[in-house]
Design a protein around this ligand. Structure first.
Ligand code: MRU
Length: 398
């Protein structure tokens, strides 16, 4: 098999149009039918893209979150608030936010469109940016990469402000941060790929043949800036001739497997077979799955993993049938502040994703993620190497 990673489009990037910053994202809602991009200078459009799954996957929404804060900073820098911050020196002394007691972030959200900055005049650059950041970080609750990246954006902005930089310079620093996050993400994914391929090499050697790998949801290039986590492992292993085929779960209700994973694998030249979520059990029973590789949205300190709804069922099956179950994720997905899976907030999405027209009187249940206990996971593969789930947090903290 010849890999064609050059056929994979970049999921999210930033560019300048006549000097003005833009965020460019594949609109994943239109795949696989159409490959189109959202190109915007408006942070609200980026937040909407995150909420509506135009951009999705933990690392990709992290980049999107930082990019939204960057666009807000440029907008603010060009407004009267930004001008006021510059006139006051732009440093800590210039930030006199009226966000806080009496002016919570919620008030801020009630302003619409471009009037937000005019209405916010006098709040101060720092406070207004903080209010936007909390709105961005709340767009989706489960993937910790989003709040992690927004926090990095705020650290960059506040560091620059404390260093006496003006709002425009702070915005430029944020632009540089987003470019850096994109480079970092791809580099981490390639290292995850190499570490995961080493595990699959052992498995292929033990079985004496290339592997048939099951994945759930899309933890591919489309879920990251480029390359992917779980599919990054597949790409690295496929490059070594270790992969016979990928079985891709359809992934109800949104269909990330059916719409995205098989599209991406086909473009990359990896043999892929799409199956309904309820078919994995019979495949495993028949001995036709050699390993499972999935991504993660948040990994708790004890090694429990939140990932797309349905992942838990696959892990239980894999355990029952003795198939190794691997999780691939960057260190930014590990949340040592969350003790265990029970403490991970699980996003509940609109029931219309499950059934657009239910019979009258029927309730709909639509949690977007579930939690796989550490005990069902053979290894968690990060850019720092592969770890037993229970050893991950302490290994990363030292
Ligand atoms: O709701 P989604 O599509 O954002 O869910 C994505 C997943 O669950 C992925 O498996 C996870 O984010 C890892 S992506 C590298």
């Amino acid at each position: 098999m010849t890999l064609h990673l050059d056929n994979l489009p970049r999921t999210i990037y930033v560019e300048r149009e006549e000097g003005k910053p833009r965020v460019v994202m594949i609109d994943q809602r239109a795949l696989p039918g159409e490959l189109t991009w959202i190109r915007t200078a408006d942070w609200r459009v980026v937040v909407d893209a995150v909420k509506t799954l135009a951009v999705r996957g933990a690392p990709a929404i992290g980049v999107a979150g930082a990019a939204a804060v960057m666009l807000a900073a440029f907008e603010l820098a060009g407004s009267r608030v930004g001008a006021a911050a510059i006139a006051g020196g732009g440093g800590a002394a210039a930030s006199s936010p009226r966000v806080g007691p009496g002016r919570p972030a919620e008030d801020f959200r009630s302003f619409g469109g471009t009037s937000v900055w005019a209405a916010a005049d006098g709040w101060g650059f720092r406070g207004a940016l903080e209010a936007v950041a909390s709105e961005v970080a709340e767009a989706r609750p489960t993937a910790v990469n989003l709040s992690w990246a927004v926090r990095r954006a705020l650290q960059t902005a506040f560091g620059a402000l404390d260093g006496g930089q003006a709002a425009q310079e702070v915005s430029e620093a944020l632009y540089g941060l987003v470019e850096g996050l994109i480079v970092e993400d791809e580099a981490a994914n390639r290292r995850i790929g190499a570490a995961g391929a080493a595990l699959l090499r052992e498995r292929a050697r033990a079985l004496g043949r290339p592997l048939r790998i099951l994945t759930h949801c899309n933890a591919g290039s489309l879920a990251t800036a480029f390359y992917g986590t779980a599919l990054g492992v597949v790409y690295a292993a496929a490059a070594e001739g270790l992969v016979e085929r990928v079985w891709a779960d359809e992934t109800r209700p949104v269909g990330q497997g059916a719409r995205l994973t098989v599209w991406e694998l086909a473009r990359a030249g990896v043999p892929a077979t799409l199956l309904c979520d309820n078919m994995a059990a019979s495949l495993m029973a028949a001995g036709r799955i050699d390993a499972v590789v999935v991504g993660a949205d948040r990994i708790a300190a004890n090694g429990d993993v939140a990932n797309k709804i349905g992942t838990l069922g696959v892990a239980v099956l894999a355990h029952h049938f003795g198939v190794p179950f691997f999780v691939a994720a960057p260190v930014s997905t590990v949340d040592v502040a969350t003790a265990d899976g029970a403490a991970i907030p699980i996003e509940e999405r609109d029931g219309s994703e499950v059934c657009p027209h239910p019979p009258e009187g029927v309730a709909l249940y639509n949690p977007a993620f579930d939690v796989t206990p550490a005990s069902l996971i053979a290894a968690i593969v990060t850019e720092e190497g592969a770890f037993a789930p229970s050893a991950l947090a302490s290994a990363l903290v030292m």
